[in-house]
Design a protein around this ligand. Structure first.
Ligand SMILES: *Cc1c(COP(=O)(O)O)cnc(C)c1O
Length: 377
Protein backbone atom coordinates (compact mmCIF):
# COMPACT_ATOMS: atom_id res chain seq x y z
CA UNK A 1 0.00 0.00 0.00
CA UNK A 2 1.16 3.55 -0.70
CA UNK A 3 0.06 6.22 1.78
CA UNK A 4 0.89 9.78 0.72
CA UNK A 5 1.57 12.35 3.41
CA UNK A 6 -1.32 14.46 2.09
CA UNK A 7 -2.87 14.10 -1.34
CA UNK A 8 -4.06 17.57 -2.31
CA UNK A 9 -5.58 16.06 -5.41
CA UNK A 10 -7.84 13.88 -3.27
CA UNK A 11 -8.60 16.76 -0.89
CA UNK A 12 -9.79 18.91 -3.80
CA UNK A 13 -11.63 16.02 -5.42
CA UNK A 14 -13.85 15.67 -2.33
CA UNK A 15 -15.60 18.95 -3.24
CA UNK A 16 -14.65 19.11 -6.92
CA UNK A 17 -18.06 20.05 -8.34
CA UNK A 18 -18.61 22.94 -5.97
CA UNK A 19 -15.05 24.18 -6.40
CA UNK A 20 -15.22 24.08 -10.19
CA UNK A 21 -18.52 25.96 -10.15
CA UNK A 22 -17.11 28.62 -7.82
CA UNK A 23 -13.98 29.11 -9.92
CA UNK A 24 -16.00 29.25 -13.15
CA UNK A 25 -18.29 31.90 -11.77
CA UNK A 26 -15.31 34.13 -10.90
CA UNK A 27 -13.78 33.58 -14.33
CA UNK A 28 -17.05 34.53 -15.97
CA UNK A 29 -17.59 37.56 -13.72
CA UNK A 30 -14.61 39.47 -15.14
CA UNK A 31 -13.72 40.77 -11.63
CA UNK A 32 -10.57 39.20 -10.16
CA UNK A 33 -9.34 41.28 -7.21
CA UNK A 34 -10.99 43.03 -4.25
CA UNK A 35 -14.53 42.12 -5.15
CA UNK A 36 -17.66 40.32 -4.04
CA UNK A 37 -15.90 37.03 -3.32
CA UNK A 38 -13.52 38.70 -0.87
CA UNK A 39 -16.44 40.39 0.87
CA UNK A 40 -18.35 37.12 1.15
CA UNK A 41 -15.38 35.12 2.42
CA UNK A 42 -14.34 37.81 4.90
CA UNK A 43 -17.89 37.96 6.25
CA UNK A 44 -18.25 34.17 6.48
CA UNK A 45 -14.82 33.54 7.94
CA UNK A 46 -15.13 36.26 10.60
CA UNK A 47 -18.50 34.79 11.58
CA UNK A 48 -17.02 31.31 11.68
CA UNK A 49 -14.09 32.42 13.85
CA UNK A 50 -16.30 34.61 16.03
CA UNK A 51 -14.34 37.77 15.23
CA UNK A 52 -15.78 41.16 14.30
CA UNK A 53 -13.44 41.70 11.35
CA UNK A 54 -11.59 39.65 8.77
CA UNK A 55 -9.17 41.12 6.22
CA UNK A 56 -8.03 38.89 3.37
CA UNK A 57 -4.42 39.13 2.24
CA UNK A 58 -1.95 37.29 0.03
CA UNK A 59 -0.56 34.65 2.40
CA UNK A 60 0.03 33.78 6.04
CA UNK A 61 3.40 35.50 6.27
CA UNK A 62 1.83 38.75 5.10
CA UNK A 63 -0.98 38.35 7.63
CA UNK A 64 1.60 38.14 10.42
CA UNK A 65 3.67 41.00 9.01
CA UNK A 66 0.62 43.25 8.60
CA UNK A 67 -0.59 42.70 12.17
CA UNK A 68 2.74 43.70 13.67
CA UNK A 69 3.21 46.54 11.21
CA UNK A 70 -0.29 47.82 12.02
CA UNK A 71 0.50 47.84 15.73
CA UNK A 72 3.57 49.93 14.88
CA UNK A 73 1.51 52.37 12.82
CA UNK A 74 -0.91 52.61 15.74
CA UNK A 75 1.99 53.46 18.05
CA UNK A 76 1.60 50.29 20.12
CA UNK A 77 4.89 48.68 19.02
CA UNK A 78 8.21 50.33 18.23
CA UNK A 79 11.50 49.31 16.64
CA UNK A 80 13.49 47.10 19.00
CA UNK A 81 10.55 45.93 21.09
CA UNK A 82 10.75 42.30 22.16
CA UNK A 83 8.20 39.72 21.05
CA UNK A 84 8.15 36.37 22.83
CA UNK A 85 7.56 33.53 20.38
CA UNK A 86 7.92 29.72 20.47
CA UNK A 87 11.40 28.67 19.35
CA UNK A 88 10.08 25.61 17.49
CA UNK A 89 7.72 27.48 15.18
CA UNK A 90 7.81 27.65 11.40
CA UNK A 91 10.18 30.35 10.11
CA UNK A 92 7.33 32.64 8.97
CA UNK A 93 6.43 33.60 12.54
CA UNK A 94 9.99 34.74 13.22
CA UNK A 95 10.37 36.45 9.84
CA UNK A 96 7.31 38.60 10.51
CA UNK A 97 8.93 39.84 13.72
CA UNK A 98 12.38 40.61 12.30
CA UNK A 99 10.90 42.13 9.13
CA UNK A 100 9.26 44.72 11.40
CA UNK A 101 12.53 45.54 13.23
CA UNK A 102 11.19 43.86 16.34
CA UNK A 103 13.23 41.39 18.37
CA UNK A 104 12.09 37.76 18.64
CA UNK A 105 12.71 36.23 22.04
CA UNK A 106 12.66 32.49 21.59
CA UNK A 107 10.72 30.55 24.19
CA UNK A 108 11.14 26.82 24.60
CA UNK A 109 8.08 24.63 24.12
CA UNK A 110 6.98 21.98 26.57
CA UNK A 111 8.24 18.55 25.57
CA UNK A 112 4.88 17.06 26.62
CA UNK A 113 2.80 19.20 24.24
CA UNK A 114 5.32 20.71 21.78
CA UNK A 115 3.51 24.02 22.42
CA UNK A 116 4.99 27.18 23.96
CA UNK A 117 5.79 26.76 27.66
CA UNK A 118 3.88 29.31 29.75
CA UNK A 119 6.56 29.23 32.44
CA UNK A 120 9.17 30.14 29.83
CA UNK A 121 7.01 33.04 28.70
CA UNK A 122 6.94 34.30 32.27
CA UNK A 123 10.70 33.87 32.67
CA UNK A 124 11.47 35.78 29.47
CA UNK A 125 9.38 38.90 30.13
CA UNK A 126 11.56 42.01 30.48
CA UNK A 127 10.74 45.73 30.46
CA UNK A 128 11.40 45.60 26.68
CA UNK A 129 8.78 42.89 26.07
CA UNK A 130 5.78 44.35 24.30
CA UNK A 131 4.05 41.34 22.74
CA UNK A 132 3.67 37.58 22.86
CA UNK A 133 3.03 35.67 19.66
CA UNK A 134 1.62 32.23 20.32
CA UNK A 135 1.49 29.63 17.55
CA UNK A 136 -1.07 26.82 17.59
CA UNK A 137 1.49 24.40 16.24
CA UNK A 138 0.38 21.16 14.61
CA UNK A 139 -3.20 22.39 15.06
CA UNK A 140 -3.12 22.19 18.85
CA UNK A 141 -4.35 25.01 21.05
CA UNK A 142 -1.33 26.83 22.49
CA UNK A 143 -3.26 29.33 24.61
CA UNK A 144 -3.35 28.90 28.36
CA UNK A 145 -5.11 31.14 30.89
CA UNK A 146 -1.71 31.83 32.45
CA UNK A 147 -0.42 33.29 29.16
CA UNK A 148 -3.49 35.51 28.96
CA UNK A 149 -2.98 36.59 32.56
CA UNK A 150 0.74 37.34 32.01
CA UNK A 151 -0.12 39.51 29.02
CA UNK A 152 -2.77 41.45 30.89
CA UNK A 153 -0.57 41.94 33.95
CA UNK A 154 2.41 43.13 31.90
CA UNK A 155 0.44 45.08 29.32
CA UNK A 156 1.57 42.92 26.41
CA UNK A 157 -0.18 42.44 23.10
CA UNK A 158 -1.13 38.82 22.52
CA UNK A 159 -1.18 37.78 18.87
CA UNK A 160 -1.86 34.27 17.57
CA UNK A 161 -0.37 32.59 14.53
CA UNK A 162 -3.34 30.41 13.53
CA UNK A 163 -1.85 29.14 10.27
CA UNK A 164 -2.22 25.53 11.45
CA UNK A 165 -5.39 25.85 13.48
CA UNK A 166 -8.45 26.53 11.31
CA UNK A 167 -11.52 25.24 13.08
CA UNK A 168 -10.29 25.32 16.68
CA UNK A 169 -13.22 26.21 18.94
CA UNK A 170 -11.62 28.88 21.10
CA UNK A 171 -15.06 30.33 21.63
CA UNK A 172 -15.49 27.64 24.24
CA UNK A 173 -12.36 28.80 26.07
CA UNK A 174 -13.61 31.41 28.45
CA UNK A 175 -10.93 34.07 28.16
CA UNK A 176 -9.23 33.34 24.83
CA UNK A 177 -11.20 35.96 22.95
CA UNK A 178 -10.62 38.57 25.61
CA UNK A 179 -6.88 37.91 25.62
CA UNK A 180 -5.88 37.41 21.98
CA UNK A 181 -6.09 40.69 20.07
CA UNK A 182 -5.39 39.48 16.55
CA UNK A 183 -5.10 36.21 14.68
CA UNK A 184 -3.11 35.53 11.52
CA UNK A 185 -4.26 32.84 9.09
CA UNK A 186 -2.64 31.11 6.13
CA UNK A 187 -4.71 29.44 3.43
CA UNK A 188 -1.73 27.68 1.83
CA UNK A 189 -3.11 24.62 0.00
CA UNK A 190 -2.01 22.08 2.63
CA UNK A 191 -3.57 23.87 5.61
CA UNK A 192 -6.83 22.69 7.16
CA UNK A 193 -8.57 25.46 5.22
CA UNK A 194 -6.52 25.62 2.04
CA UNK A 195 -6.90 27.51 -1.22
CA UNK A 196 -5.70 26.38 -4.65
CA UNK A 197 -2.72 28.67 -4.29
CA UNK A 198 -1.64 31.25 -1.76
CA UNK A 199 -3.99 33.08 0.55
CA UNK A 200 -4.04 34.60 4.02
CA UNK A 201 -6.12 36.65 6.40
CA UNK A 202 -6.26 38.55 9.66
CA UNK A 203 -9.13 38.35 12.14
CA UNK A 204 -9.66 40.69 15.06
CA UNK A 205 -12.32 42.50 17.08
CA UNK A 206 -10.29 45.71 16.93
CA UNK A 207 -11.67 47.98 14.22
CA UNK A 208 -8.69 50.33 14.20
CA UNK A 209 -6.33 47.40 13.74
CA UNK A 210 -8.46 45.87 10.98
CA UNK A 211 -8.58 49.21 9.15
CA UNK A 212 -4.80 49.67 9.26
CA UNK A 213 -4.18 46.05 8.18
CA UNK A 214 -6.54 46.52 5.25
CA UNK A 215 -4.84 49.76 4.27
CA UNK A 216 -1.33 48.30 4.58
CA UNK A 217 -2.28 45.33 2.42
CA UNK A 218 -3.59 47.73 -0.22
CA UNK A 219 -0.36 49.67 -0.83
CA UNK A 220 -1.07 51.80 2.23
CA UNK A 221 -4.00 53.38 0.43
CA UNK A 222 -7.54 54.09 1.61
CA UNK A 223 -8.40 56.33 -1.29
CA UNK A 224 -7.23 55.62 -4.83
CA UNK A 225 -3.77 57.15 -5.44
CA UNK A 226 -3.51 58.57 -1.91
CA UNK A 227 -0.97 56.67 0.21
CA UNK A 228 -1.17 56.96 3.97
CA UNK A 229 1.44 54.30 4.74
CA UNK A 230 4.37 52.75 2.90
CA UNK A 231 2.23 49.68 2.36
CA UNK A 232 2.51 46.46 0.42
CA UNK A 233 0.56 44.67 -2.28
CA UNK A 234 -1.05 41.78 -0.44
CA UNK A 235 -4.36 40.74 -1.92
CA UNK A 236 -6.42 37.60 -1.64
CA UNK A 237 -7.56 37.04 -5.20
CA UNK A 238 -11.20 36.45 -6.03
CA UNK A 239 -10.71 32.90 -7.28
CA UNK A 240 -9.04 31.87 -4.02
CA UNK A 241 -11.70 33.64 -1.95
CA UNK A 242 -14.44 31.76 -3.84
CA UNK A 243 -12.64 28.42 -3.33
CA UNK A 244 -12.20 29.19 0.37
CA UNK A 245 -15.90 29.96 0.80
CA UNK A 246 -16.71 26.50 -0.56
CA UNK A 247 -14.14 24.79 1.62
CA UNK A 248 -15.12 26.72 4.74
CA UNK A 249 -18.55 25.06 4.59
CA UNK A 250 -16.84 21.68 4.89
CA UNK A 251 -14.14 22.61 7.40
CA UNK A 252 -15.85 21.16 10.46
CA UNK A 253 -16.55 17.92 8.63
CA UNK A 254 -12.92 17.75 7.42
CA UNK A 255 -11.63 18.39 10.93
CA UNK A 256 -13.93 15.72 12.32
CA UNK A 257 -12.36 13.30 9.86
CA UNK A 258 -8.90 14.36 11.03
CA UNK A 259 -9.97 13.77 14.63
CA UNK A 260 -11.22 10.29 13.82
CA UNK A 261 -7.82 9.43 12.38
CA UNK A 262 -6.10 10.96 15.41
CA UNK A 263 -8.35 8.97 17.76
CA UNK A 264 -7.44 5.77 15.95
CA UNK A 265 -3.73 6.62 16.18
CA UNK A 266 -3.92 7.40 19.90
CA UNK A 267 -5.79 4.20 20.62
CA UNK A 268 -3.79 1.88 18.39
CA UNK A 269 -0.18 3.00 18.11
CA UNK A 270 1.60 0.98 20.74
CA UNK A 271 5.35 0.86 20.39
CA UNK A 272 7.76 1.51 23.25
CA UNK A 273 10.13 3.30 20.84
CA UNK A 274 7.53 5.81 19.76
CA UNK A 275 5.84 8.41 21.89
CA UNK A 276 2.68 10.29 21.11
CA UNK A 277 2.93 13.82 22.49
CA UNK A 278 0.16 15.40 24.54
CA UNK A 279 -1.41 12.25 25.76
CA UNK A 280 0.72 11.78 28.87
CA UNK A 281 0.06 13.85 31.97
CA UNK A 282 -1.30 16.90 30.15
CA UNK A 283 -4.78 15.71 29.25
CA UNK A 284 -6.92 13.38 31.29
CA UNK A 285 -7.75 11.13 28.35
CA UNK A 286 -7.85 10.67 24.60
CA UNK A 287 -11.07 12.61 24.08
CA UNK A 288 -9.84 15.66 25.95
CA UNK A 289 -6.59 15.53 24.01
CA UNK A 290 -8.43 15.25 20.72
CA UNK A 291 -10.79 18.10 21.49
CA UNK A 292 -7.88 20.50 21.96
CA UNK A 293 -6.49 20.10 18.43
CA UNK A 294 -7.65 20.25 14.82
CA UNK A 295 -4.78 17.96 13.81
CA UNK A 296 -3.23 19.94 11.01
CA UNK A 297 -0.43 17.47 11.61
CA UNK A 298 0.00 14.37 13.73
CA UNK A 299 3.45 14.56 15.30
CA UNK A 300 5.11 11.54 16.88
CA UNK A 301 8.49 11.40 18.61
CA UNK A 302 11.17 8.74 18.20
CA UNK A 303 14.81 8.74 19.32
CA UNK A 304 15.64 6.77 16.17
CA UNK A 305 13.57 9.08 13.98
CA UNK A 306 15.60 8.94 10.77
CA UNK A 307 15.61 5.15 10.73
CA UNK A 308 11.88 5.12 11.47
CA UNK A 309 11.25 7.51 8.59
CA UNK A 310 13.24 5.25 6.25
CA UNK A 311 11.40 2.18 7.54
CA UNK A 312 8.03 3.79 6.86
CA UNK A 313 9.18 4.97 3.45
CA UNK A 314 10.24 1.40 2.58
CA UNK A 315 6.70 0.32 3.49
CA UNK A 316 5.16 3.00 1.25
CA UNK A 317 4.29 5.52 3.96
CA UNK A 318 5.27 9.11 3.31
CA UNK A 319 6.17 11.27 6.31
CA UNK A 320 7.59 14.76 6.88
CA UNK A 321 9.59 16.45 9.64
CA UNK A 322 8.20 19.65 11.22
CA UNK A 323 10.78 21.06 11.37
CA UNK A 324 14.24 19.58 10.78
CA UNK A 325 16.16 22.81 11.55
CA UNK A 326 14.77 25.26 14.10
CA UNK A 327 14.90 28.99 13.26
CA UNK A 328 17.83 29.71 15.61
CA UNK A 329 19.98 27.18 13.72
CA UNK A 330 19.21 28.63 10.29
CA UNK A 331 21.76 30.41 8.13
CA UNK A 332 19.47 33.44 7.85
CA UNK A 333 19.72 33.95 11.63
CA UNK A 334 23.47 33.38 11.98
CA UNK A 335 23.72 35.47 15.14
CA UNK A 336 21.58 32.98 17.02
CA UNK A 337 23.30 29.80 15.86
CA UNK A 338 25.10 29.37 19.19
CA UNK A 339 21.95 29.69 21.29
CA UNK A 340 21.11 26.57 23.23
CA UNK A 341 17.43 25.60 23.18
CA UNK A 342 17.55 21.92 24.14
CA UNK A 343 13.83 21.13 24.00
CA UNK A 344 13.45 22.77 20.60
CA UNK A 345 16.54 20.95 19.33
CA UNK A 346 15.34 17.61 20.67
CA UNK A 347 12.02 18.09 18.90
CA UNK A 348 13.87 18.83 15.65
CA UNK A 349 15.79 15.57 16.11
CA UNK A 350 12.89 13.35 17.08
CA UNK A 351 9.72 14.72 15.51
CA UNK A 352 8.06 12.91 12.64
CA UNK A 353 4.68 13.85 11.16
CA UNK A 354 2.68 10.84 10.00
CA UNK A 355 -0.09 11.02 7.40
CA UNK A 356 -3.38 12.65 8.37
CA UNK A 357 -5.87 14.59 6.28
CA UNK A 358 -9.46 14.99 5.15
CA UNK A 359 -9.14 12.47 2.32
CA UNK A 360 -7.22 9.76 4.16
CA UNK A 361 -9.06 6.44 4.42
CA UNK A 362 -9.49 4.29 7.52
CA UNK A 363 -7.71 1.47 5.71
CA UNK A 364 -4.68 3.72 5.23
CA UNK A 365 -4.89 4.82 8.87
CA UNK A 366 -4.88 1.19 10.06
CA UNK A 367 -1.92 0.41 7.83
CA UNK A 368 0.10 3.35 9.21
CA UNK A 369 -0.62 2.32 12.82
CA UNK A 370 0.22 -1.36 12.16
CA UNK A 371 3.43 -0.44 10.40
CA UNK A 372 4.48 1.84 13.26
CA UNK A 373 3.79 -0.98 15.71
CA UNK A 374 6.04 -3.32 13.73
CA UNK A 375 9.06 -0.99 13.92
CA UNK A 376 11.78 -2.48 16.09
CA UNK A 377 14.69 -0.81 17.72
C1 LIG B 1 2.05 27.99 6.89
C2 LIG B 1 2.48 28.78 8.06
C3 LIG B 1 2.73 30.16 7.98
C4 LIG B 1 2.83 30.92 6.69
O1 LIG B 1 1.85 30.81 5.81
P1 LIG B 1 2.08 31.10 4.25
O2 LIG B 1 0.71 31.23 3.73
O3 LIG B 1 2.83 29.95 3.69
O4 LIG B 1 2.85 32.38 4.14
C5 LIG B 1 2.98 30.85 9.14
N1 LIG B 1 3.04 30.23 10.32
C6 LIG B 1 2.86 28.91 10.45
C7 LIG B 1 2.91 28.28 11.80
C8 LIG B 1 2.58 28.13 9.31
O5 LIG B 1 2.41 26.81 9.45
Amino acid sequence: MYVPFLSLKDVTAKYADEIHAAVDSVIDSGWYLHGEQNRIFERDFSNYVGADYCVGCANGLDALICILRAYKELGMLHDGDEVIVPANTYIATILAITENNLVPVLAEPRWETLEIDEDEVERLITPRTKAVMIVHLYGRNAYTPKIGELCRKNNLLLVADCAQAHGMKWGEMADYKASVSAQAWSFYPGKNLGALGDGGGVTTDNKALADVVRTLANYGSQKKYWFKYQGRNSRLDEIQAAVLSVKLKHLDEDNEHRRNIARYYYENIKNANISLPCINDVYTGVEECIADSVFHLFPILCADRDRLQQYLSDKGIETLIHYPIPPHKQECYKDWNDLSLPVTERIAEQELSIPIGPAMTMEETRYVAETLNSFQN
